[in-house]
Design a protein around this ligand. Structure first.
Ligand code: ATP
Ligand code: MG
Length: 877
């Protein structure tokens, strides 16, 4: 079963059992979770479990983006751990409990997925007899397949009790394992081998509230269910592959890493690890940046930086030249853009951030090598100190494997014990820091901003953050510097739904930024891209942000027209002519739609007329926020790239057009004035594209067309456009007649030339030779001439060479009769020397050849050498 189908089966299985399908929340978790990154499906529901908010639905199902950075060391080394994965989960908010959770999980696994019941093992919390008997009674699991475990294992890791690792809801859990067979390890169940007996799903029975140390502080108000199952692990079982990287969810990314590096997975164990790390970390960083995480030296930004750098350094060790991440980003967006539209929306931002961090790191790698040389100098015996290695890794972001590799190449070792000690100290520091994650602007994330641009063109707002064109924060940005500005509130529309981003100015008391583009930056963040034009600006200052209102108005006209054109095309061509993509820019639009063949001009003009008629009705354009279900009820068309969050914005025009749309529009269609279709054409099988201009831009186009017509009318010498066409037709006919006449006259002239040439033949050792420069002939004319002269001399040995320097080029043609060829005189041979003189080469058949060259001024010299060449050819016999 394909990965995408497994995801869908899980979601619809629980949807059929009255669960509300909820969008994945961001990888940046809500602050109250106390987490740096989302680590489970339940993170977005914490307030419901704690009873701080009442759940809007009693049951939910999600496919949640999660990050497990504590598993980073396993990536590439075992079959089943990733840092980023999709966690499928069903949730009950004080609704159903253990019996249903267990029954449904078993049903989906055995009947939905078709996994053999006899391959299943489960674990339960050792105090939870209720769960154990549910497994036996409701799912038919044999008692000897049920393993009882405590809260923690011997290493102090969570066993059969689950919490987020921060204070919050918790409870006993029950995990489901699948036996992958003896190929993968010894028999004996999950206690013996967790690679062979692999966990695919964990059912958590949330009933208590714990503090950060896992001490129970209170019971929860209700009994809840929270489950998590990784899509990739299920795919691995159902697709019968050895590890998560070989599932169809991963293989395109892994293959891209193979292609870029020229290495193949399965040939060298070290390369295998690197290939998997490039693919896995590349995918994880793509998702992280799309959710608004920025590389930095603290918090989640630090996690991103480490992962991104690790991917790049493994890419370099595989021999990838050029960008490591960019092609990976492409495959990730291709593979997951449909399920997670935020990837496509933030594509430009993702590439920019990844690219600049990769550049920065490439510079660091060079510097790292220099620092490593210093460390080598300080090495005691043949060992690099743990402190030096840790500084390289922690401060300069050089991945540990890279340092190890440099050491091995230099015949040295690294003090890994000391390194591990320092790493542990750092982890402890991070753990205590985790307990006090503060609300507000957190390290490594760009701040969200409120969009006020539907109603305002200007806003007074604090500047939240200023970044350079990489991801370094500015304390103050000065004149001439490229900046990316984040505001608390913004009237700037960020590129999306086909509509281009706004331009404008951001001013403070001390300086001004010219904004040239506005793009989404993950979550609800908006990035204003521009340059400080004067003075300086600083974060925290209050700014006056104003968009270029004229440009926005022209864009709004194009956006409303796009909806009207969309509606009209469906009227004229049929419902299938749905929008497949669009570009909405100031005064112009591009619109792609599905249609099997070219739209005839009359149909297109009919559609244009109908669209203009609709616009002229001056209907009101209304935007309303509503739930997805209400929008569906209204029949609002869902378009490519829309986010199916809970609330959507519906734009209605009159009583005919309804679309999900976040863009900016005019208030009445009359404001558009006019739309003019420029052309229609194919952009691939079954896809067509229309380009059109609107409002004043359409009128300017009409003026340009008029000027064109005026030019034509003038050129044909008519003063009335109405009769101009007739006039032009007459001129064309006249021209044709004159050409014919001229041809006949020329033919007469030509006969005279041919006669003169034939008469001018001189004998050279028994061969009649005609050599002449003939101006005014094109290459075709010269050939024709040479052949006609030859025809007249065909009864004897004869050679004809004509040429000229017309049009800046030298051209020579030789024609030779049969008897001359018999005497060893061929056309290419006779031209050979002359061809070099004009700076070219000769080619052709024995009886007809030509030579071209770039020296027209040498044509007469070249022809002058022909008699000598003929003698030479005859003498050689
Ligand atoms: P494991 O012991 O295999 O690391 P876990 O006990 O940490 O798993 P849970 O916290 O219970 O896992 O997460 C729920 C589910 O998520 C697991 O049943 C498993 O399917 C999946 N899962 C957990 N960690 C990872 C990971 N790093 N990569 C892929 N899937 C994972
Ligand atoms: Mg784990």
């Amino acid at each position: 079963m394909e990965g995408h189908r497994i995801r869908e089966s899980f979601l619809s299985f629980f949807e059929e059992r009255d669960h509300k399908r909820v969008q994945s929340s961001s990888l940046i978790p809500p602050p109250e979770s106390g987490l740096l990154l989302t680590n489970a499906g339940m993170n977005q529901f914490i307030p419901y479990f704690l009873g701080q908010a009442s759940a809007p639905y009693p049951r939910a199902v999600t496919s949640q983006k999660v990050m497990r950075t504590n598993d980073i060391e396993n990536v590439g080394h075992d079959a089943r751990h990733e840092t980023f994965f999709e966690m499928l989960g069903n949730f009950s908010f004080a609704d159903y409990f253990k019996a249903e959770a267990i029954t449904w999980a078993h049903e989906l696994i055995t009947e939905g997925y078709g996994i053999d019941h006899d391959l299943l093992w489960v674990t339960v919390y050792d105090q939870d007899e209720e769960a154990a008997s549910a497994w036996v009674d409701l799912a038919g699991i044999a008692p000897d397949r049920i393993v009882r475990r405590g809260k923690l294992d011997e290493e102090g890791e969570l066993a059969n009790y689950w919490h987020t690792h921060a204070a919050g809801p918790a409870g006993p859990c029950s995990e489901i394992f699948v036996d992958r067979g003896p190929r993968y390890g010894p028999d004996g169940g999950p206690d013996v081998d967790e690679e062979r007996f692999m966990e695919i799903w964990n059912l958590v029975f949330m009933q208590e509230q714990v503090d950060g140390e896992l001490e129970v502080v209170a019971p929860l108000p209700g009994k809840n269910v929270d489950t998590g199952s990784s899509l990739e692990r299920v795919a691995m079982i159902l697709q019968g592959v050895d590890n998560v990287f070989e599932t169809d969810l991963f293989s395109p990314t892994l293959e891209e890493a193979e292609r870029r590096s020229g290495k193949r997975h399965g040939e060298d164990p070290n390369d295998d690890v690197s290939l998997k790390i490039v693919a896995e970390h590349g995918r994880a960083t793509t998702f992280l940046i799309a959710d608004g995480v920025q590389p930095s030296n603290e918090g989640r930004g630090y996690i991103l930086r480490r992962m991104l750098r690790r991917a790049v350094s493994h890419g370099r060790r595989l021999g990838i030249e050029g960008s490591v991440l960019d092609p990976i980003i492409t495959t990730v967006i291709d593979g997951f853009g449909d399920a997670y539209p935020e990837l496509r929306e933030n594509e430009a931002f993702v590439r920019q951030v990844a690219d600049s961090e990769e550049d920065r790191f490439s510079a660091t790698l060079g510097k790292g090598l220099v620092l490593f040389e210093d460390a080598k100098g300080r090495a005691e015996g043949s060992r690099i100190s743990g402190d030096d290695a840790f500084a390289l890794s922690d401060t300069f972001g050089i991945p540990r494997e890279q340092i190890q590799e440099w050491a091995t190449e230099a015949g040295l070792t690294v003090d890994t014990d000391r390194f591990a000690e320092l790493l542990q100290e750092q982890r402890d520091r991070a753990r205590s820091a985790r307990k006090k994650v503060e609300v507000g602007l957190e390290a490594g994330a760009v701040p969200p901003s409120e969009f006020v641009g539907y109603h305002e063109t200007q806003a007074e707002t604090p500047i939240a953050l200023i970044l350079d064109d990489g991801s370094e924060q500015f304390e103050a940005a000065e004149e001439g510097q490229a900046v990316r500005v984040f505001l608390d509130r913004t009237p700037f529309y960020a590129e999306g739904g086909g509509q281009v981003g706004d331009q404008g100015l951001i001013r403070t008391d001390t300086g001004m930024v010219r904004v040239t583009d506005t793009v989404p930056a993950g979550g609800h963040a908006t990035m204003h891209v521009g340059t400080v034009e004067s003075g300086e600006i600083r974060p925290g200052q209050v700014a006056h942000a104003a968009i270029d209102a004229g440009r926005r108005e022209a864009t709004a006209r194009a956006h409303t027209s796009t909806h009207v054109v969309h509606w009209t095309l469906k009227q004229v061509l049929g419902e299938h002519a749905r929008q497949a993509g669009s570009l909405v820019a100031p005064g112009r639009l591009r619109f792609d739609f599905r249609h099997p063949n070219a739209v005839p001009l009359e149909t297109l003009e009919g559609a244009e007329l109908e669209a203009n008629r609709r616009l002229a009705m001056d209907d009101e354009v209304r935007a309303t926020e509503m739930s997805m279900d209400e929008a569906k009820g209204l029949g609002a068309v869902a378009l490519f790239g829309e986010k199916y969050g809970d609330t959507v914005r519906v734009v209605e025009i009159g009583d005919y057009s309804k679309e999900l749309c976040g863009g900016t529009h005019v208030h009445h269609t009359g404001h558009v004035a006019v739309v003019r279709i420029l052309h229609e054409g194919s952009i691939g099988s079954g896809m067509r594209r229309i380009e059109a201009l609107v409002g004043p831009d359409a009128l300017l186009e009409i003026n340009a067309e008029r000027a064109l017509l005026r030019g034509l009318v003038e050129a044909v010498g008519s003063n009335d456009p109405a009769t101009a066409a007739e006039h032009a037709r007459r001129i064309v006919e006249e021209n044709k007649r004159l050409k014919g006449e001229l041809g006949r006259l020329r033919a007469g002239d030509r006969d005279a030339v041919i006669t003169a040439l034939v008469e001018g033949a001189v004998p050279v050792d028994g061969v009649a030779l005609v050599v002449s420069e003939v101006p005014g002939e094109d290459p075709g004319g010269l050939r024709d001439l040479a052949q006609k002269v030859r025809d007249q001399l065909s009864d004897r040995a004869a050679a004809i060479v004509v040429g000229n320097g017309e049009g800046g080029k030298a051209m020579l043609v030789a024609a030779v009769t049969g008897p001359a060829v018999e005497r060893g005189v061929t056309a290419p041979a006779i031209l050979a020397t002359a061809a070099t003189v004009i700076g070219g080469g000769a080619g052709g058949k024995d009886i007809l050849a030509n030579a071209g060259g770039k020296h027209p001024e040498r044509v007469s010299d070249a022809l002058g050498g022909i008699p000598a060449r003929l003698e030479e050819l005859l003498g050689a016999r």
